[in-house]
Write a protein that binds this ligand. Structure first.
Ligand SMILES: NC(=O)c1ccc[n+]([C@@H]2O[C@H](COP(=O)([O-])OP(=O)(O)OC[C@H]3O[C@@H](n4cnc5c(N)ncnc54)[C@H](O)[C@@H]3O)[C@@H](O)[C@H]2O)c1
Length: 336
């Protein structure tokens, strides 16, 4: 079978470090070829094209999507830079992998979702933690248990590294930009959806400097899930000058205290599962995405654009609640 011709829009940090190397592995296996790259930043574009040996480069995705025949498209741009790639791909029938968070605008997400759903294209969102080795085991094991509550603590260390990830209006804050991964993974593991949210944030004082970090110090959100399970999430970005941090999820079931890392699962203090080998979730995500296109078996990807709306609504809902003094919002009403 001919290699799938892959196009990429956005060749910045995570493309360079994770997606392009993952696709490169498929190129080496003969299952994919790099067809074309697009980035509005000509320097970044040139560097990535040279590194990955791509001849067809564009600084405008309209031109790329007009000229190139693509079998798969990666959209890897910051959330406020989404315009019409989703609509054009849906119109042309090109399967899409879109980095999270899909956008910061729920109305726009709903518009994209409708176009993608109606077109029938395969479309997945880059919640790559769903491809951690432990994810499937946990999902199956939790289906046998009675889950009552979950507690997520994500105390990030260091500083956000790119300009846009320092700015609330560009990234939506650490809860949207970073915590959305853990929020989504929990949904996958519990096979559940977020029903409602109430949140309080410790806001940073106003700084008129347009380049200063303006993200809240602390984000504290409470969720009720559709099953009745309640979830508490605390995220912060105050451990800036230390490597100390914490990324922990506890899932508390009747008679089982459940803890995990990406490769290990602990029940009531005892290890019950360990990964046999180390795998990179970006590599697995790309392999499954391209396999799904090749075989027509959409079940190989672990989410769709439609199914990912609830994870986006959960984090945008937390922002909305925090700016309304902790008022409760229903996650399925945020776009209405
Ligand atoms: N899955 C993960 O673990 C993970 C990690 C980091 C970032 N991300 C996500 O990936 C996305 C990109 O993040 P990043 O860190 O690579 O950002 P980045 O700023 O390093 O790169 C984004 C690139 O997109 C380009 N771009 C912007 N608008 C464009 C357009 N219309 N057409 C073509 N190119 C355009 C920019 O010039 C830039 O080179 C974000 O949504 C981010 O949240 C995911």
């Amino acid at each position: 079978m001919k290699p799938l011709r892959v196009g990429v829009v956005g060749t910045g940090y995570i493309a360079k470090n994770s997606h392009l190397p993952a696709i490169q592995k498929e190129v080496e296996r003969g299952t994919a070829s790099f067809q074309a790259f697009c980035d509005v930043n000509a320097q970044t574009l040139g560097e990535m094209a040279t590194e990955f040996g791509v001849k067809n480069t564009y600084t405008d995705h309209h031109e790329m999507l007009e000229r190139e025949e693509l079998d798969a498209l990666y959209l890897i741009v910051p959330p406020t830079f989404h315009t019409d790639v989703e609509l054009i791909a849906a119109d042309k029938g090109i399967p899409l992998l879109i980095e999270k968070p899909q956008t910061l605008d729920m109305q726009q997400a709903l518009q994209f979702e409708e176009a993608i759903r109606k077109s029938g294209i395969l479309c997945t969102v880059g919640f790559m933690m769903r491809y951690y080795p432990a994810a499937e085991f946990i999902r199956n094991r939790l289906a046998e248990l009675t889950v009552r509550h979950a507690n997520l603590q994500l105390f990030y260390s260091g500083r956000p590294i790119r300009h846009w990830t320092n700015r609330m209006e560009l990234c939506g804050g650490s809860f949207v930009e970073n915590t959305v991964h853990a929020i989504d993974l929990l949904r996958y593991q519990l096979d559940d959806d977020y029903e409602s949210v109430s949140a309080f944030y410790f806001e940073r004082p106003y700084d008129p400097d347009p380049n200063a970090i303006n993200l809240p110090y602390v984000y504290n959100a409470n969720y009720k899930m559709k099953s009745g399970t309640v979830v508490n999430v605390t995220t912060s970005r105050v451990l800036t000058n230390t490597k100390a941090g914490r990324h922990e999820t506890l899932i508390i079931c009747d008679d089982v205290l459940f803890e995990f890392s990406h490769a290990k699962v602990i029940e009531n203090g005892e290890i019950v599962w360990e990964a046999a080998e180390k795998t990179n979730p970006f590599d697995v995500q790309t392999k499954q995405f391209l396999d799904a296109i090749r075989t027509g078996d959409a079940s190989k990807v672990r989410n769709t654009y439609s199914s990912s709306l609830n994870s986006l609504a959960a984090v945008l809902g937390a922002n909305k609640s925090a700016s309304n003094d902790g008022a409760v919002f229903r996650c399925d009403e945020l776009g209405l």
